[in-house]
Design a protein. Sequence first.
Length: 280
Amino acid sequence: MLRVTFLGVSTLLFDDGETALLTDGFFSRPSLLRVAVRPLRPNLTRIDACLGRAGISRLAAVLVAHSHYDHALDAPVVAARTGAVLVGSASTAAIGAGYQLSADRLVPAPVAAPLRFGAFTVTAVESEHSHPDRFPGTIDTPVRPPARAAAYRTGGCYSFHIGHSQGTGLVHASANFRPGALAGLRADTVYLGIGQLGKASDQFQRDYWRQVVEQVAPTRVVPIHWDRFTRPLSRPLRPLPRPVDDHRRTMAFLRRMCADTGIELTLPEAWRPTPVGHLR
């Protein structure tokens, strides 16, 4: 059975028992003080502990939504440890090259034609980063850790449509959109990035819902990228702090919209596998 496990931020494990895919794979989760004052490097102890706890030994692909450190810091390490290819933008490839992944393991995000991994099809849809983007721009030379957080610039920003005969998901990691970009796609479950959405205007929230959720007509919405990613995954997840976001306002908005449209709303629990569901 196809199951999805939430592992904090926008890290999601898709596993059908034969093939497994991971989005982002961010497990180091350095403290805010470390991010502010020191260069970052992947925490190998935390990465190995999280892979072990999630039961991840082999992956077909690590899909990177964009190249900020809370998405891409650990992704090349996870790919190397699990035999996966690293899928993402040219900026993500520059990070992978700096981590000494071989060129054949660096795969461009498949905007035009889907990639196949076992029974999965993966299609990237170009999107936009949420406001504000603190580290905009592209990465044009390899990033070799340790490196400052600012070295992990956005690069291309993607949603990933993940198709499977047992269910279809859209991983939309950042709370922003390109108008009409998702037209024609359908998904059982939208894994909806909500980080900083609580600080957006009422109009933006409605536009975001219309351009992402309504476009793909899901039966379920699962909020992601809401947790405080400076806390290790060994501790309970907590929402982003109020100066950064307003989690309660966002959840109130989502509850209203889901109630009005008959869509199930599920706040995910870390480490707990759940089914994707079937298309209507």
